[in-house]
Design a protein around this ligand. Sequence first.
Ligand code: HEM
Length: 416
Amino acid sequence: MTSASVPLSGPRFQTEPAELYRELRRDHGAVVPVSLDGDIPAWLVLGYRELHQVTGDPVLFSRDPDLWNQWPGIPDDWPMLPVIGRKQSSILYTVGERHRVRAAMISDALEAVDPFELRGHAEKFADELIDAVSGKGEADLIGDYAALLPVRVLATLYGFTDEQGPGLVTALNDMLNRTADALAGKQHLAASMGQLLADRKVTPGNDVVSRMLATALALEAEGSGSGFTDEEIVQDLVVMFAAGHQPTADWMGNSLRLMLTDDRFAASLFGGRNSVAEAMNEVLWEATPSQNLVGRWASRDTQLGGRRIRTGDLLILGLQGANSDPQVRTDGSALTGGNSAHFSFGHGAHRCPFPAQEIAEIIARTGIEVVLDRLPDIDLAVPAESLPWRPSPWLRSLTELPVHFAPTPPLEATSA
Ligand code: HEM
């Protein structure tokens, strides 16, 4: 086990992550000393057991970035700030009892979503996106499809109108892809959420925003000081939008790639449906959308995986590393067939809320099924090895998935 730190960057996170995590584990053990941009130290937790320990103890391993012992050396223009970020007032930076109340407010609001209605929304938007390309015989299933679908569905669940959808899609993708319009995108999202919240105060509806508002008002009425401000709710709505859209789009994209490149799934491209769920589960084990995630901060000196962790050290959650830990993958098997003991949705108090996981699953599965139903003879338009992965040690997703297929008329034309 060496103590020299490894830069958390470079092409191997895209080209051969499985080999990279294997080597890191061999050379450094379950908790790897890494360096971030500017030689800032952190720990990458790759061990399944160690990640369980970290995510299962939110007091010792806190979600509060104010604890970070590196802040004094972090310049205002540090390129990693968008990933690590100073403390904000969203759920992501809330801890303890207040976090519990806040997570419950979000969970309850999402839990009330009717899965049949949700599937209907997802089908409708998926069909619209396929209609736009089906006559052409070719498409990019990321840019033309996966990157546009979950956000439209989430916008509807929030209570936005169909007319507002396209503007929200552009704003969110600008923000996530850090384009020149990223700041404007973020402001558009916050302003739209703020306006929706104000509208729902006057006219509540059967939607996520109205339900969160109702909980917040009830908490305020209790007078226990545990209510949430409009600004806090708006921040959570933006977080849920981004945290909900991107990994769902990537889960869909990575599963479509697997089905288009792996012979085991060939049959399902032409009619069989059973293996869609299997491909999606395999992706969560093998190519999970958030391969590494920030993070937790140690609230006191401790030991982890044989390493001495100091108060205020940053621990990065190595979700993909833990998923492929040989201690749980002794036979190297793909562990498909319903085993969902992976870390792809996190674990413990800050894990992805269960109803959010279900919403993601319905959107992604519907999106994949609509592609398979609507685009006959679909095939990759480029060699599988040349598919471009996003250049990031954090995300695992394609930037393009070019396919061709037999051109078909749009649905409306078919049913007319
Ligand atoms: C494939 C889809 C998704 C994946 C892989 C995913 C993954 C995750 C992970 C790993 C975390 C834990 C973060 C941590 O421990 O620090 C998380 C948290 C969260 N996710 Fe998801 N997520 C997905 C979809 C969604 C959706 C659709 C929503 C909402 C509509 C959502 C809302 C949230 C929220 C609010 C949190 C923060 C929970 C907290 O801090 O208590 N996620 N997600």
